[in-house]
Design a binder for this molecule. Structure first.
Ligand code: DI6
Ligand code: FE
Length: 402
């Protein structure tokens, strides 16, 4: 099995409960697809058969993790972008049958091949900045066939690009037009037909639901999560994005991996996340695009030591963004998070949000060798500079990405 030894590295290992877990003058040994040893340069293994990579003091981090995306979809929503510039709100556009439903229409029309081709440049943009694991949700089909079509595209992206993808079923993302006025009947369909079918095809790693005034009620959301858990699947939820319906407390009480968005989360409800080990996934891209002014309760999350993750929320409506480095900058600039919190948000805490933290998210002996070499020396530089991609090389599970 091949071995690679990184020498003269500055490691942001992300081990420990805060900060970067920084190690200067470090060496790291990869054996096969895993990290086999990390230590001081002076104690490095010396064996002529090992391939040596001299990092020349460059920064090494774990592969980045984008734990919340909707990057498979048909069409675009540039027209709504223009409508919002003329004063229409995101919720008003949704109420008029635009928004998520406009994308549902385009996604139903698109072939699997077209969805794959359209998703490629988006996912490549993420990978080019050091992403080695991402999550992709369904939710623009809202019928069994189209939800399954989307999840198949996600599975094919994983296979063809050699990147790790968590496939999340989001059948309860919006009410499809054919069920208007019959939301409970649609939830029955999601629970009894759509989700079991998608799971039967081996396409579901986790289940999500959108609990919001423009989507589903707390009670409907809970039915979906309960059904998912009956089927043995991990759950998460879009909650408190535009208003406070109490979704975070409900999902956390059910042991959700994460609750996502959270601008309208009441600081008092942060305790539910802390008590249940639920990750707070913050999405500054949607905050920025929708010109939201209500900030998520960062101080309360920090105080209760709730792990905060960050993600692109890449989607055609509220976050047409495909740069995790830009998201880190936004988290610092808009949410006043520290650069260390931002990097934890796209590594160790994002891995936790996917339930994958035993395998990825830190540079640690025994974990998968997902490693990014940056043309940088200091980790704060990742959040600081915008528009220059400092990614030098990416190793995924022990193999260099070409
Ligand atoms: N919240 C979001 O930000 C995305 N989905 C969701 O539930 C937006 C989806 C879209 O506008 O297409
Ligand atoms: Fe989302």
């Amino acid at each position: 099995m091949s071995q690679t030894l990184f020498v003269n590295a500055t490691l942001a290992s992300m081990q420990g409960n805060s900060g970067y877990g920084l190690q200067q003058q470090a060496a790291l040994l990869v054996d096969g697809d895993r990290i086999a040893w990390i230590g001081d340069m002076t104690a490095r293994p010396r064996d002529d058969s090992i391939e040596i990579v001299d990092c020349e003091q460059r920064l090494l981090t774990p592969g980045l993790v984008d734990c919340h995306t909707h990057l498979i979809y048909g069409g675009d929503r540039a027209d709504e972008f223009e409508m919002r510039l003329e004063g229409a709100s995101y919720a008003e556009i949704a109420a008029r049958g635009g928004g998520i439903l406009a994308t549902v229409h385009a996604t139903r029309q698109a072939s699997e091949e077209e969805l794959f081709a359209e998703a490629l440049p988006r996912i490549r943009a993420l990978l080019g900045e050091g992403v080695t694991t991402l999550e992709i949700k369904s939710g623009y089909g809202l019928d069994s066939a189209t939800e399954i079509k989307m999840l198949r595209v996600a599975a094919r992206l994983e296979r063809d690009l050699g990147v790790r993808i968590q496939k999340t079923f989001l059948g309860a993302h919006a009410l499809p037009p054919e069920y208007e006025g019959h939301a409970d009947a649609y939830i029955d369909l999601v629970c009894e037909e759509m989700l079991p079918q998608a799971q039967h095809e081996g396409l579901v790693d986790a289940v999500d639901v959108f609990i919001e005034s423009i989507a589903f009620s707390l009670e409907q959301g809970e039915r979906v999560l309960a059904r998912a858990q009956d089927l043995g699947l991990p759950v998460k939820a879009h909650v408190e994005q535009l208003s406070d319906l109490g979704g975070a407390a409900m999902a956390a009480a059910r042991g959700a991996l994460s609750v996502d968005h959270l601008e309208y989360l009441a600081p008092a409800d942060v305790a539910h996340l802390a008590d249940n080990g639920t990750v707070a996934v913050l999405l500054p891209g949607a905050f920025y695009v929708l010109r939201e002014t209500q900030l998520p309760p960062i101080a309360a999350l920090r105080e209760r030591r709730v792990p905060m993750a960050l993600a692109t929320d890449a989607n055609p409506g509220s976050s047409p963004l495909h740069s995790l480095l830009l998201i880190m900058n936004m988290a610092c600039t808009l949410f006043r998070m520290t650069p260390a919190e931002a990097l934890r948000g796209v590594t160790v805490n994002a891995a936790r949000a996917l339930g994958m933290d035993r395998e990825i998210g830190t540079l640690e002996t025994g974990k998968k060798a997902d490693i990014v070499v940056w043309n940088l020396q200091r980790p704060a530089m990742l959040s600081y500079r915008v528009g220059v991609n400092p990614c030098r090389a990416v190793m995924q599970a022990g193999r260099w990405r070409s």
